[in-house]
Ligand binder design. Structure first.
Ligand SMILES: [Zn+2]
Length: 303
């Protein structure tokens, strides 16, 4: 496998990073303890999956990661509108930052899982609706194409998973994205019951993914051994805050990922993460120097 690891050699946000016109890029925006992923497709479309957030986040004080991080990245990349926004589930650390996005960036349509959540989440949906954004509840089995890239929704299941500790997490919107020989699995905050459902329903599809967005910030309530062995990611991105109060990511989860050969990158250690493919080869860039093994490997790579 040809893999190139780069470091953003700039202190400020990269203005254009290294995206080429024919590439598919996944940017894991550093929103602290939360999730936000920007997907830039080869045909120029842009999707945003979650926007980070803090409970009772205050957009006026400038601490809101939607404002501070997500909008900054969109500006730095000269992205003026979004084709699709995905709200994986209604937890604050995924949707609160979406208020700033809804207010400042035109969005064509929103995909969400149909689970109503906090007041913030309802406010976000109202904000989008008032601006004429189309709201779509998505379900496992939905598929779409964005140019040459296939996007499959694998969760929430038609029959929602109920009666667990967190039905919101278990029914996260999960997507499998395929381009050429490469595949990306985005898992939201799915936990054990959702992973089991995924293995039972889409076990073949999720084998050996190129890039895994590790579920639930690397919590040990997710990334069960069977799931990690089946997905066997080449690269794993963990989005979590420095010294967060939940202890994410779990050391056991990191070990499970490394045991199947994954190169693990964490936003709390590496800052913003970016993965790019032309459908055949792939490259990873990190805002800060990190992951010595991956960097050593990169020194022997010429392509
Ligand atoms: Zn979360």
């Amino acid at each position: 496998m040809v893999r190139l690891v780069l470091i953003f050699l700039i202190i400020t946000l990269p203005s254009c990073t290294f995206q080429k016109p024919s590439s598919l890029t996944v940017t894991c925006i550093d929103v602290g303890q939360g999730d936000s992923l920007l997907i830039s497709f080869p045909n120029g479309k842009h999707w945003l999956v979650d926007a980070g957030g803090v409970p009772a986040g205050d957009t006026e004080s400038g601490v809101d990661p939607g404002h501070r991080n997500v909008l900054s990245v969109l500006r730095a990349k000269a992205i003026q509108s979004l084709d699709v926004v995905v709200m994986t589930h209604p937890d604050e650390d995924h949707v609160q930052g979406m208020l700033a996005v809804a207010r400042h960036v035109p969005v064509s349509q929103v995909y969400w899982n149909g689970f109503e959540g906090s007041r913030t989440e309802k406010k976000v949906r109202k904000e989008f609706t008032q601006r004429g954004t189309r709201m779509n509840v998505v379900k496992a089995g939905d598929v779409t194409r964005v140019g040459d890239v296939g996007v499959s929704v694998l969760s929430p299941p038609a029959e929602p998973i109920l009666g667990t500790r967190s039905p919101e997490n278990e029914n996260s919107v999960i997507m499998l994205i395929r381009y050429g020989t490469k595949s990306i699995l985005l898992t939201g905050d799915v936990e054990e019951a959702g992973e089991r459902k995924l293995l039972a329903t889409f076990g073949l599809e999720i084998r050996n993914v190129s890039l895994l967005k590790v579920a639930h910030h690397g919590s040990d309530s997710s990334s069960m051994s069977d799931f990690v062995r089946r997905t066997r990611p080449g690269i794993a991105f963990v989005s979590c805050g420095k010294r967060n109060r939940y202890g994410h990511p779990s050391g056991d989860v990191i070990k499970r990922l490394e045991r199947v050969g994954a190169d693990v990158y964490r936003t709390d250690q590496c800052g913003m993460l970016e993965w790019m493919t032309d459908g055949r080869s792939e490259a990873v860039a990190t805002m800060l120097p990190c992951n010595k093994n991956a960097l050593r490997e990169a020194q022997g790579v010429t392509n």
